[in-house]
Design a protein around this ligand. Sequence first.
Ligand code: AQP
Length: 351
Amino acid sequence: MATPTAGGFKPRVFSGMQPTHTLHLGNYLGALVRWVEMQKTHDCIYCVVDMHAITTAQDPADLTRSIREVAAAYIAAGIDPRGSILFNQSQVAEHAELAWVFNCVARLGWLNRMTQFKEKAGKDRENASIGLYDYPVLMAADILAYKATHVPVGEDQKQHLELTRDIAQKFNNDYAARIAERGFGEQYFPLTEPVIGGPAARVMSLRDGSKKMSKSDPSDYSRINLTDDADAIAQKIRKAKTDPDALPSEEKGLETRPEADNLVGIYAALKSVTKQQALDEIGGRQFSAFKSALVDLAVEKLGPITSEMRRLLADPAEIDRILADGASRARGIAAPIMREVREIVGFVGGC
Ligand code: AQP
């Protein structure tokens, strides 16, 4: 198991995904693969963040289906719900309660800088929900309700993780005297480390190498879903945008070729090698030959996950049981932390 981090905090991993639509290859390679790996070295808590999902309009029946589907994807990809804690966010009320305390710690200016809100709200900002604006504060509460020290995510979440650290730091400073007086240590919350990296930290759209692969992209051809069958995977990769040149032999040659860079990154991540190691094998090939190799590899790696998801989804009651069990274990960690937070803040009762 991992050794204690700065400040003496027990190493603990937390991360989550929104059940907004079906998970895609970006979610898988950017985050999920790392989640599975980190189970070997850390205590891990993995959450289906359904409260984040309703920051944009969701059909309730679709949301219920997506929560189960995302939980099934976690398990099918290799999350062990007996070793790790797997649950959906709305079952643990401490997330919302801590988010309120953090709303009163975070500053408006900090949230005004969040680029994801700007991208998601688009031009119609006045019409965006307050929840969408407040999303990063709830995310800080998700993480710090467990005093998580490490959060494996894709590159797009880097700014939100910085905000989590700012909130933890300000809480620790604002309440320093009270934290010390109550014997809760020098710092109450850890300064959580993002765990980001590898050849697929930011998987791009298959249709446009300048845009992130995303669940909400209107074109299904922009992404590979974890529910896609072999034919759909093959079709999407064959239609993926490329350029006319053969693949370079050196990574530097990908710098001005976003679509080639993206496909090589996907290939490398699926093979668990670096981009340069991938190019040592495939450099010099034309796209037609490379795409065939990529289809074979993607089908080989994703096929078993898709079939296991299908098997798990045939028994929704069992998924609900796993989520309820995970929620009860998550509450066992978050409730005492929340009791201490109430005491630190000065609330009466419930401590
Ligand atoms: N394209 C990506 N490449 C690498 N990592 C990615 N992640 C998302 N897209 C990519 C990582 O997946 C985790 C879960 O993301 P999320 O479901 O919470 O929401 P998101 O980042 O907003 O994902 P999407 O697919 O882009 O959803 P929509 O379209 O609904 O906004 C995170 O760790 C994220 O970094």
